[in-house]
Design a binder for this molecule. Structure first.
Ligand code: SAH
Length: 405
């Protein structure tokens, strides 16, 4: 098998009226003598004045090559081996072919791409005009379309709990990247021919970097996170890393596919604990200083928010959940209902309803979400309910429209 990644950009300059035949014959001669495969040509680059040059437009059309045009001001900035004073006087840049080839091959913000072939001039007694050809090599293959990054939330862990849009995104992507456990959960959606990369849970940065790299090639890359991708998930990291480089917001393009987050999944298994104002707090202090977490716990407890605790306890990080409990006990009674939901919607699911005072008696780990009720949350026959106030509504409000819409 021979594979020719499309990495060569041909810079072309020419006199007005140069024929397509002369351009093509010169290019073929140049490729042959430099041992370059024409199949590796990604496209043609030139000066914007040549955008309507008939021979050039015909050549690009017939060979399905994109024609990229640069202004003289852009081309002038490129250092080239074979500048020409005559060309500079005529069109305002000392190089068209070499400078355009280099510019088209260079990644934005990157080092100038190397020239594989310096300027060659083509003339023929049989054809009018004259053409100059140079070839540079890009680092990345050109696939003819901008890459796409799809940031996909796969829900709590059961396919039926994933949105159809998220399922479709995973099935359509060229590449699926995620933590190994989540890849296993969505394996039935994968199809032959997809690139699937499972990485260990600690390598979030590498995962995001790899996704950006593959999208830069023009691929459609789905980055998956459990729950919602934008809630303690990969979406934020990928966007932060993109924003950290020259990125126009469009190349690669971004689409975020929401998913059912752990607090919703956990709540659905125990009733309706989130019926009034609530918040989520992660107890992981790997990226957030503990002082900030403690301050938020105190504020949430004091403001009577129903509170979902994510990342409550790991093997090495065990004290935070006890501190969180004591902070909440300063603001809520020990009999406040608490739901402890582990691995919701997965085969190993475990559900416990307990109280704020006794929550440490239930096993809690990194697969667990802890839901702490507010001052009016009740436990009723094994269900957790946070009343919205319908039944105890102020009589003066009766007859007015329901606040639930
Ligand atoms: N992006 C995810 C959260 C990632 S943080 C989401 O939106 O759900 C990881 C934490 O989420 C875990 O420590 C746990 O607290 C919670 N979690 C994720 N999946 C869960 C599940 N199936 N059941 C219970 N908690 C879960």
């Amino acid at each position: 098998m021979q594979w020719h990644p499309r990495v060569l950009w041909v810079g072309i300059g020419c006199e007005r009226g140069t024929t397509r035949e002369l351009m093509e014959a010169t290019l073929q001669r140049v490729c042959r003598s430099a041992h370059l495969a024409e199949a590796a040509i990604a496209g043609v680059a030139t000066l914007d004045l040549k955008a309507d040059e008939v021979g050039l437009v015909e050549l690009c059309r017939d060979r399905h090559w994109p024609l990229r045009c640069f202004t003289a001001a852009e081309l002038r900035t490129v250092a080239v081996p074979t500048p020409s004073e005559r060309v500079a006087a005529e069109v305002g840049t000392p190089s068209v072919a070499e400078a355009a080839a280099i510019l088209a091959s260079t990644t934005r913000g990157g080092e100038p791409a190397p020239l594989r072939v310096t300027k060659h001039i083509g003339r023929s007694p049989d054809h009018p005009g004259a053409v100059t050809v140079a070839i540079a090599q890009a680092e990345q293959e050109y696939l003819g379309r901008p890459g796409q990054l799809w940031l996909v939330g796969t829900g709590p862990g059961q396919l039926a709990q994933m949105t159809p849009a998220a399922q479709g995104a995973i099935a359509q992507a060229d590449v699926v990247i995620g933590y190994g456990l989540y890849i296993d959960l969505i394996r039935p959606l994968l199809r032959p021919g997809q690139i699937v990369e499972a990485l260990p849970i600690t390598q979030e940065r590498q995962r995001a970097m790899r996704a950006i790299e593959l999208a830069a090639w023009g691929l459609t890359v789905a980055v998956i996170s459990s729950g919602d991708c934008g809630i303690y998930g990969m979406a934020g990291l990928v966007l932060e890393m993109l924003a950290d480089r020259p990125w126009d917001g469009k190349t690669p393009s971004i689409q975020v596919f929401p998913g059912i987050t752990a607090l919703q999944a956990a709540a659905s298994r125990v009733g309706a604990p989130l019926m009034h104002d609530f918040c989520a707090i992660s107890l992981s202090d790997l990226l957030t200083p503990w002082a900030v977490i403690a301050q938020r716990l105190t504020a949430a407890a004091a403001a009577d928010f129903v509170t979902a605790l994510y990342n409550p306890r790991s093997q090495s990080r065990t004290s935070q959940i006890a501190i969180a409990q004591s902070i909440f006990l300063q603001h809520r009674p020990p009999n406040t209902p608490v739901a402890i939901v582990r691995a919701a919607y997965r085969p190993e699911e475990q559900i416990h309803l307990t109280t704020l005072g006794q929550l440490l008696e239930v096993p809690i780990d990194m697969l667990t979400t802890v839901l702490i009720g507010n001052g009016s949350t009740r436990e009723q026959s094994g269900w957790m309910i946070t009343p919205r106030g319908y039944l105890g509504a102020d009589p003066s409000r009766l007859g007015k429209s329901s606040p639930t819409d």
